[in-house]
Every structure is written in C-alpha cells, then in structure tokens.
Design a protein around this ligand. Structure first.
Ligand SMILES: [Zn+2]
Length: 460
C-alpha cells in the first residue's frame, strides 16, 4: 500500500460567523467545455487576495497559476507570500474581472480540493476557492500570516453563484438552476449524476467506483447516519450529501481521502489497490464517515463553547461512532477500541488536565478522554449514549452550544450523588498522578472494568 490518506480538515471547529455584506460577487459558469469566473468587486482595491491559496500536494505550485487565466486586460494573477492575488498593472483592479479556468482536480492536502472529477464528466467545484478580500498592496499581502483567523480584513464575504448552461446543478441534495452559496465552503456538482437517497443522507457516487466501495457508500454508510437520525432526530439544516469520487485504478496506488464540510462529506478513492475489496480501507472509510457524520449532530446541531471543551464533541463523536460501527460491522471490536482510547487518555492525563490538552498540542486527548467521559454518561443514560446526546441537543437548541457545565449538569441529573461531576472536573483541570482517578471515575459511574494486578484498567 503506497499511501493511505485520511484527511479530516477543519473538524475541530465549525465556523459560525455573522455574515457581513459582500465585498465581491462572482458568477462561476460552465458553458460547454468553457469555465469562467466573472467577478464584480463592490469596492476599489489595488489588490484582491484569494483567501484559500493553499498549494497542491504535488508540485507545490499554485493551482491558479497553472489552471486560471485572467481575460481582463491590465489585470494579473500573482503569488505573494502565502497567497494568490489579482493585481492591476496600475491603480485599482477594475470592478469587473473575468477569469477562464480549468477545474483543478489534484489533491490539495491541507485544504479542500478545488474540484472533484467524476468519470462520467460530472465535476464538483469548491466554492471556497473563489473567496476574495481586498488588500492595500502586494507588500501588505506578503506580510499576511498563513493562518487568516486573526486577520480582520480577511473576514470578508464573497457572494458565490454557480450555474451550468447544460442544466441545473446539485446544491446539497437539491437540483437548482443557480446555486447561490450563502456559505461558500461547499461543493456544487455540475453534471447529471443523481444522489441515492436514504433517510438521513444523500450520496452521489461515481458510476465507475468499484462495486464494493459503491455499496459501502450507498448502503453501509447511510445506514450509520440513518441510525443516528433514528436515535437523535433528523440532522439539522439540509440533508447531508456524501460525494464519493473515483480517480481511477492508478497503478501502485491505494488511496482514500476524506474531508467534511457544512452538510457535506467528501470521500475520494483512487488506485488499483481498491479494485478488489480491501478490509482495511473499508473499515477506515466506515469509521471516517461514522465519526464525521456524528458531528452533524454533536458539532453542528450543538457545538462546544470554547476549544478546551472539544472533548464534548470529539469524544462524543468517537463514542457515537464506536457504537454505530459495531452495529454496522459485527467484526468491529468496540471494547478494544475503547480500551485503546482509555490507555491513551490515562497517559495524556498524567501530563496535565484534559481541558488544556490543546496547550500541549495533544488534540487526541479530547477524542480519547471525551469518549471515556462519554462512557460514564452512556451508563447513566441506561446504556444509550445517543439518548444523552439527543437530550443535550434538545435542551441547548436555543444557543446551539453545550458548555462544559451544561454537559456536566446533564450527567449529574442522570446519576446524582455519585460525585461524577467533581471527578470529571478534576480530571479536566488538573493532571492525574496515576491511573487511579480514572478507575475511581469508572467505579463511581458503574462502567464495567477491572483493575489488573499490574495496576492498569481493563474495560469489560
Ligand atoms: Zn471530529
């Protein structure tokens, strides 16, 4: 297996920004084989910066440099610092700029791929690549950091509209003549592929995807999300869409990539190694979809308040996924997976309180220890963790946030007088001297386990 890549981009936080008025609008259109992006800038600026300018994995050359051509005279596309920019030969960039492009379908490892190609000619385009913000000069752009989160002027909105002269495009699971993206961080599908619908998920699958993978993405994965919906209510907002693309049976390659966006999961498969059923890829794909799919509820219907509370959503999504995958695949050993989580969690908690794990660069602690806290909540909820999550969603619909104290209060109301809140709070805030506080927590929470003579905890 040359490479097996599972990329989960931007899963720790779901952006929830108030929408400012747009600084630019762009109409992206396919007309036959010709793709154009027609920009209207709503203010004057000498430079427009493409906020998502992350380089492709191979080659490390901007995909815009290779695939985009500015048709408007007097305007150039350049690379400045970490960013692609549009600059005028002199003065301000004209208020209307037309770009002709070829969809770039190679892997952009650290960001969403610009486009996904399907073997029937359908193409999914990522709206986020068209987002721009104005800058004072090219020199100012060179000083911008690679992470724009702290850069106020980058928090600008671009109105992105996509359409196809050949017919309607697919936005989410709906066909529309014109896709108006209120949130550009999504893919729009150009072409005639129709989604396969289940209760909780719509799936667009490449017609040439090997059969065993096609059945995974149209049957096993939807079953996991349907199970979530059954137990926790329908996912919020529009029905999630799963795009499963197939880059062909490339020699020497066995590759699965995945990313998750607002209401969308994208999985890309490639390589001759995937022509025949591959148990390892199947279970990773199912796990990926089960964890990321769980975030449509725990992460999206409700999210956490502060980064230190990521154990609520990451650990919760892990526990929901362990249970769902075990349901879908009897060969999956949830106990062993949770044991691994517990061992890693105990080790992490010796280094410091779990809440501050991000300060130590240990994001896995949120997943592992959050799953163990989840086990305690599961036990207190009659063995059904999804019931605990369903109630969290219902009681926090107002602000859509579950704070640490709300999570702990929900646990306390199910299992009062057992000291669970105090025990978890201590583990969140202070390092554990050894495994004992964890054993004590499991003990108080009636989570079946035993302590081995060698002094470690074994889940049962
Ligand atoms: Zn996650």
């Amino acid at each position: 297996m040359r490479r097996l890549l599972v990329l989960a981009a931007l899963v720790l936080a779901w952006p929830a920004l108030a929408a400012p008025s747009p600084v630019a609008s762009v109409t992206v259109e396919r007309s036959g084989d010709v793709w154009t992006a027609d920009y209207r800038f709503h203010q004057l600026a000498p430079v427009w910066v493409f906020a998502d300018s992350i380089l492709p994995r191979e080659g490390k050359i901007s995909f815009r440099a290779t695939n985009w051509t500015v048709e408007t005279p007097g305007v150039r596309l350049e690379r400045r610092g970490w960013y692609d920019v549009l600059v005028a030969d002199s003065g301000a960039v004209p208020d209307r700029v037309t770009i002709r492009f070829t969809p770039f379908t190679d892997d952009i490892e650290a960001s969403y791929d610009a486009a996904l190609a399907f073997t029937d000619g359908s193409v999914a385009l990522y709206g986020g690549k068209f987002e721009v913000f104005p800058a004072e000069s090219s020199t100012a752009v060179e000083k911008l950091p690679i992470d724009l989160n702290e850069v106020a002027e980058a928090n600008a909105r671009t109105n992105v509209v996509m359409r196809d002269s050949a017919g309607p495009v697919l936005l989410g699971s709906r066909r529309v003549v014109e896709a108006v993206l209120d949130e550009p961080g999504t893919y729009v599908l150009f072409g005639t592929l129709d989604p396969v619908e289940s209760e909780a998920l719509a799936t667009v699958v490449d017609p040439e995807l090997p059969q065993w993978l096609a059945s995974l993405v149209t049957s096993a994965i939807p079953a996991v999300l349907d199970r979530y919906a059954e137990r926790m209510g329908p996912p919020p907002g529009r029905k999630p869409l799963l795009l499963a693309s197939w880059a062909g049976p490339t020699a020497g390659v066995t590759s699965m990539g995945g990313s998750v966006l607002d209401s969308m999961v994208v999985m890309t498969f490639e390589g001759e190694g995937l022509r025949a059923p591959n148990e390892r890829v199947a279970s990773r794909a199912l796990w990926f979809a089960a964890h990321e799919g769980a975030h449509f509820w725990l992460g999206r219907a409700v999210s956490y308040e502060r980064p230190q509370d990521a154990w609520i959503t990451e650990g919760g999504a892990d526990l929901l996924a362990y249970r769902a995958v075990a349901d879908a695949n009897p060969a999956f050993d949830a106990r062993a997976a949770l044991q691994e989580a517990l061992d890693a969690c105990v080790a992490a908690s010796l280094e410091g309180g779990i809440a501050s794990a991000n300060e130590r660069g240990d994001h896995k602690a949120y997943y592992n220890c959050g799953a163990i806290f989840g086990l305690v909540a599961e036990k207190a909820s009659g063995g059904d963790f999804s019931a605990f999550v369903r109630d969290l969603i219902q009681s926090n619909r107002g602000d859509g946030k579950v704070s640490r104290s709300e999570w702990l209060a929900a646990l306390d109301s199910r299992a009062p007088g057992k000291g669970l809140v105090a025990a978890i709070s201590r583990l969140l805030d202070t390092p554990a001297a050894d495994w004992r506080p964890w054993a004590k927590l499991l003990e108080s929470g009636n989570v079946p386990h035993r302590v081995t003579p060698g002094g470690s905890i074994e889940l049962r």
